[in-house]
Design a protein around this ligand. Structure first.
Ligand code: GDP
Ligand code: MG
Length: 354
């Protein structure tokens, strides 16, 4: 009866045909029933692979924490990252030359920590604005000579808004003008009270110049990640977030991503925002070509149909045709909403857009 009715509206329908919203509403009118149309949310891609995704407790394993350095300009965020990279990466790797792929996974004593390369709350906020909460722990860097500054307070607010725990690194303790007590007092006034003062915030005193406190910082990060019980399921299809993407001569579209769950294998089909593709080539943060990589790993993937944007989520899917359809659909939708200003979004210009 329904197909006959549809024919009257010039719709030739088979039993499993997908009908337009308009037609469904029309049908509702004819049958005198109220129709409520539920729209799929942003999680539509996840639904698409949900049948293959395990959420079983026994499949879960602990994963490395993903860390972002925040703090006032010139307080030493980049220097601390460099210091960690030099001492820790060089320790374990032959050559110790690191690739810039947006994040680094560092191992000491068999434990891993992932550091995001882009310090500062611009990137942190921009990612969050796109719904990509990649950071598990914030290291708030405060220079011992300067003390709390406006961007220190901003950084605290951002971390609190994101509900991400803070570890304080009082940096530049090698300087004669360093005054760590003052920094602790200032931060206590902002509700970041050191554990030694019966508060809840871990503090560490560091120097990016001498390397003091770096080992303690690692211990605090591991402790925090144990408390957070960060877990992932390695046997799941990979999903994660794009940190940065660009067109590379010879490699096509390259996306530097961080895997949040699952394992990415060479040859996997990937759906990523408005783009899709196959993970033909995987390169890790040490510049090494790899065949697969698991949760909490930064990896550089090529190639894709188009350049994805920082903050785009990616999913491994089983069907390249479907991936294409969804990517195209998304692209058309973006075009319609004119949200897509023909501009390649990076973390830098993303901030100026929000
Ligand atoms: P960022 O803006 O927070 O990334 O700060 P940078 O890492 O660029 O550091 C700003 C300046 O402070 C640079 O000249 C660094 O060499 C210096 N600096 C950073 N960490 C330390 C430290 O622990 N001790 C001393 N003495 N100088 C530092
Ligand atoms: Mg910097």
């Amino acid at each position: 009866i329904i197909t006959k009715l549809l024919l009257e509206h010039n719709v030739r329908a088979t039993i499993n045909q997908i009908l337009s919203e308009e037609i469904v509403q029309l049908l509702g009118l004819e049958y005198n029933v109220e129709i409520e149309i539920k729209k799929k949310e942003a999680s539509e891609e996840y639904d698409f692979v949900a049948d293959q995704v395990s959420a079983r407790e026994e499949d879960k394993v602990l994963r490395a924490p993903i860390v972002t350095f925040l703090g006032h300009v010139d307080h030493g965020k980049t220097s601390l990252l460099d210091c960690i990279r030099k001492t820790k990466v060089a320790e374990g790797e032959v050559g110790g030359i690191t690739q810039h792929i947006g994040a680094h996974k560092v191992e000491t004593n068999g434990k891993h920590v992932v550091f995001l390369d882009t310090p500062g709350h611009e990137a942190f906020t921009a990612m969050r604005a796109r719904g990509a909460n990649v950071t598990d722990v914030v290291v708030l860097v405060v220079a011992a000579d300067d003390g709390v500054m406006p961007q220190t307070e901003e950084a605290i607010n951002h971390a609190k808004a994101a509900n991400v725990p803070i570890i304080v690194a009082i940096n530049k303790i090698d300087k004669p003008s360093a005054n760590t007590l003052r920094v602790k007092q200032q931060l206590s006034n902002l509700d970041l009270i050191p554990e030694e003062w019966s508060g809840k915030t871990p503090f560490v005193e560091t120097s990016a110049i001498t390397g003091a406190g770096i080992d303690t910082l690692f211990e605090l990060l591991w402790l925090e990640s144990e408390i957070l019980e960060l877990k992932a399921i390695p046997k799941n299809p990979a999903r994660g977030v794009v940190l940065e993407a660009h067109l590379s001569e010879g490699r096509g579209v390259v996306a530097n991503v961080i895997i949040q769950d699952g394992t990415l294998h060479q040859g996997d089909i990937i759906l990523c925002g408005r783009t899709y593709g196959r993970a033909r080539l995987l390169i890790d943060d040490k510049g090494k070509e790899i065949k697969e990589t698991g949760p909490a790993s930064p990896v550089s993937i090529s190639d894709f149909s188009d350049i994805p944007e920082a903050g785009d989520k990616f999913y491994v899917v089983s069907d390249i045709q479907k991936a294409r359809e969804i990517a195209l659909e998304k692209r058309n939708k973006d075009r319609e909403t004119s949200l897509a200003k023909h501009q390649h979004i990076t973390l830098d210009n993303l901030y100026s857009m929000i």
